[in-house]
Each structure stands twice: as C-alpha cells, then as structure tokens.
Design a protein around this ligand. Structure first.
Ligand code: URP
Ligand code: ZN
Ligand code: ZN
Ligand code: ZN
Length: 472
C-alpha cells in the first residue's frame, strides 16, 4: 500500500522544509503537498523531523575478537540500529591470511542473511597483499560490490598489517576505485608499552588508555595520510579519538590529499576517567583507540563543525560485562575491545551536537547519513530524501527528554555505556525501503527483510554527475 507522511519538517544535508512524502514501491515517489489520500496509509508527522535513515559505516556484528564473539549479531544488532534511526549498516568482514577472500565474504553473508531487519553491506579487511589477494580484488569489487578495504595498523600479531601492505592496498584501491579504511594506531609501540605495563604490575583497565597514548594515534594517522598522498589514493580514518589525529587529517586535507575522518559517539561524550571506575567497571569503557582526556572532545566537535571530520560511525562491537569483559580481570590486555553503540549513535549526536548548538541540523544529517552514502557508493539511492531514493526515513521527535539505560535499550548486552545520561530527541518511527521497521517505538520489522547492498566505486557517483553535465 502507498504511504503518505504528512506535516513533517523534512531535513536533508542541505535543506530544511515543510513537505509531504508519497511512498510507493519502497521509494520516494513524490515530494509535495496535499496528496490524494485514497488507498494510502497516512502518517501524520506533525511536530517531528523527517530525516533520511542513518547509515552506520562501522559495525562489528557477530565478530570473533579478543577470544570471544561480539554479543550483538545481525539479528539483535540491526533491530537495535533501527530503534536508533539507522536503516543501513556497513559491517567489517574479517579475512584470514592465506585464505581466499571469497571464503570470508561467504561467511559474512551467512551471518547476515535471513537475520538483518535493515539493509547491510560489507567492508573487507586486507591483512596481507599477496598476488592471490590482488588477483581477487576486481571480483570482490565487481561481483560483490565491496568497494572499501580495511587495514589495521594496530593489534600486533592478530589483525595488524605492515606498512607495505597498507601502501600496496592504497595503490591497488586507487586503480580499482575503492576507499581504504585504516585503524590508525602504532601497534608496535603499543605492544612495547603494554608489555612494560604488565611487567610493572599495572593490570587495571586504565592502563589500556595509558599504553595507547594519543601521540601514536596521531603518528599512525599522519603516516597513513602521507602514504595516501604518495599513492595519489583515498583514505578513510575510522574511529578518530584525539586532537593529534584530527590535526594530521586536517594537514593532509590542506595538502590536497583525499583523507576522510570518522569519529564515534563514545569519543564525543565519554572520557578517560571512565576507565578508572571501581570494581573493574572501567572494563566496560575499553575501546581502541581508548577514551581520551576530556579536552580532546572539543577538537572532535570543532572538526565535525568545520569539516575536518565528516562522519560518525558507531564502531558497534559489544561484549557483556559479565563473562566477556571479565576475561581481562587482572590483565587489561585481555579485556575484549569495544562497546555497544549502534543504538545511541544518532541520539548522542543530536542531543549533544544539535541541541547544544555545536553542529547544525543539516550537518547532523550529513554526518550520520548523506556523506557516508556518498563516500561508500550508496548515494543517491541511500542517504538523502529525494524523488527516486529509497524510502529510508526517520520520523524523529526533537523535544522528547529521556534517560539512556540498559533497561530500555535493544542491544543484547548487559550494560549501556551512557547509562543514566539524559538526552533530548528520539526516533519515533523508522522505515527501510518504505516499510516500517519501528513504528511508534515498537519493533514491527521482519528478520531477513534487510537486503545486501552492492556499492558503487569510490567517487563514481561524482563521475556520473560530471558525465551527465557533459551529455545534457
Ligand atoms: O575497540 C574497538 N574499537 N573494537 C572494535 C575493533 C576495532 O578496532 O574497530
Ligand atoms: Zn579499529
Ligand atoms: Zn571497529
Ligand atoms: Zn512526538
């Protein structure tokens, strides 16, 4: 049945205006006013914003990591995402050295298929750059539509790749039209500092932060950025946590290098003191890179405002406190890294960002959806509200006040990192391709509804635009 969403305030990355949406066959068929309502389901969005559905560019669902497996999988993770206003996730497909990439991709399809309630796509981890890997990449891009590759510069002896691999990935990505993503921390220095801390008997969660100082995130970010310039390629730095990394990205961008930066809600709203919580509770706040001293938050907000950082990912990577985070009692290096974040990504940016005057409403949409769609080859089907785009929409109440809590969240974990935090704003209803996933704050979606998205090559939508201009 056709749907009409009327009386809402439509917000895109560039405009804010009153208009009604006519939805037909999963797409936005028309934007106007006073549509004929015969045979339509009519939704009154008076007093609410209509945002394009959020796109989460950074999730780890059902992922083996740190000797255990993330608690949220594609079932619970995508439901929680939808409650938070996200209608597409791009998850990281991990690969194993020496094994065909296609095996890893198959495994990830199996994890997601028939479980996801919203649309999804994959990034592919590159752990080594051999002839076999190089040979497989064109198929990965053309047949799987995977146009972003992830290189880890940290997690020595586990996921870390060396500089040669990073550089060769950048060169290959340039030729193939892919975007290279990096986890930018110097894994070798971290390895030395963590061993030293343990030798000195420093085993508490706070030492996770103290052995991964911001200087080495800045160093790795600068190194990857300059490699990118040298290869004339393109780079996306995930989970930027500190001023030093922001400075390196800004410097590279001034040099004309194609570097993009993502930060995450935890770095905007939490700080290093959380790692000192008693009774081992600090373990709940172990991320890599770690939470920083509070002053770094200003650098991150400024960068989101002035465009040196462009996106917000959740880095959803959830582990229960009981049974999983506890693996690191007595040795902080054994605490699984990561936290539950998929549900609160938009709320934190809206409440802490828009409501507090740090970013505009249109920047909010760009940072949570539009820019991500453009960078990762999903635009204009995803990431905006325009005729012909998928009807991925959030009906958002900007004024409701509530308190974040594990008691009301939908993630499968036993804590919420923002427990007790008062926030303003909440998605009321969320649609993916014209179907409600969340309606009036209730899950009405279907497992398996989510479709796998093949993505366009880096910048190809821009190229298409240019060609259109020539041929019109
Ligand atoms: O601590 C984190 N960030 N866990 C997830 C894996 C990663 O490095 O993104
Ligand atoms: Zn990472
Ligand atoms: Zn991550
Ligand atoms: Zn309301």
């Amino acid at each position: 049945m056709k749907k009409i969403i009327k009386n809402g305030l439509i917000v895109t990355a560039s405009d804010t205006y009153r208009g009604d949406l006519l939805i037909e066959n999963g797409v936005i068929a028309s934007i106007g006013q006073q549509f004929d309502e015969t045979n339509c389901e009519v939704i009154d969005a008076k007093g609410h914003y209509i945002f394009p559905g959020g796109i989460d560019p950074h999730t780890h669902l059902d992922m083996p990591f740190g000797g255990t497996i993330t608690k949220d999988d594609f079932e619970t993770g995508t439901i929680a995402a939808a409650f938070g206003g996200t209608t597409t996730v791009i998850d990281f497909c991990l690969t194993n050295k020496g094994e065909p990439l296609k095996n890893a991709i198959k495994t990830w399809h199996e994890k997601a298929k028939s479980k996801a309630s919203i649309d999804y796509s994959f990034h592919l981890m590159i752990g080594e750059m051999t002839d076999a890997v190089l040979d497989e990449l064109p198929t990965v891009i053309d047949e799987e539509g995977i146009t972003s590759f992830k290189v880890f510069m940290a997690y020595k002896n586990v996921l870390q790749a060396d500089d040669e691999t990073l550089f060769r990935t950048l060169v290959a990505a340039k030729d193939l039209g892919a975007l290279v993503m990096v986890h930018a921390e110097n894994g070798d220095v971290i390895d030395y500092l963590t061993k030293q801390a343990l030798e000195q008997g420093n085993t508490d969660p706070i030492y996770h932060a103290l052995t991964r100082p911001p200087e080495i995130e800045g160093e790795a970010t600068g190194r990857a950025s300059q490699f990118t310039g040298l290869a004339n390629s393109q780079l996306y730095v995930v989970h930027v946590s500190c001023a030093q990394a922001v400075e390196e990205i800004a410097k590279a961008r001034k040099q004309g290098i194609n570097v993009w930066g993502e930060t995450c809600p935890q770095y905007l709203a939490l700080d290093q003191t959380y790692l000192e919580k008693p009774n081992f509770e600090g373990a709940k706040y172990v991320w890599s890179p770690p939470l920083r001293e509070k002053w770094h938050q200003d650098a991150l907000w400024n960068a989101l405002r002035n465009g040196d950082l462009q996106t917000l990912g959740s880095d959803q990577c959830s582990f229960d406190f009981e049974g999983q985070k506890e693996l690191g009692r007595g040795d902080f290096t054994k605490i699984p890294n990561g936290g539950p974040m998929i549900e609160d990504r938009l709320t934190i940016l809206f409440s802490e960002g828009v409501k507090k005057g740090r970013i505009t409403l249109n920047q909010f949409v760009d940072i949570t959806s539009t820019r991500i769609a453009k960078l990762f080859g999903l635009h204009p089907k995803k990431g905006t509200i325009s005729v012909g785009a998928d009807a991925d929409l959030i009906i958002f109440d900007p004024n409701v006040e509530r308190t974040i809590s594990v008691k009301t969240h939908h993630m499968a974990v036993d804590y919420n990192a923002f427990e007790g935090m008062n926030v303003t704003g909440e998605p009321i209803s969320v649609l993916c391709r014209g179907e409600f996933v969340v309606k009036d704050k209730k899950y009405v979606g279907k497992q398996g509804y989510g479709q796998y998205l093949k993505r366009a090559k880096y910048n190809s939508t821009l190229e298409n635009e240019r060609n259109k201009q020539v041929t019109i």
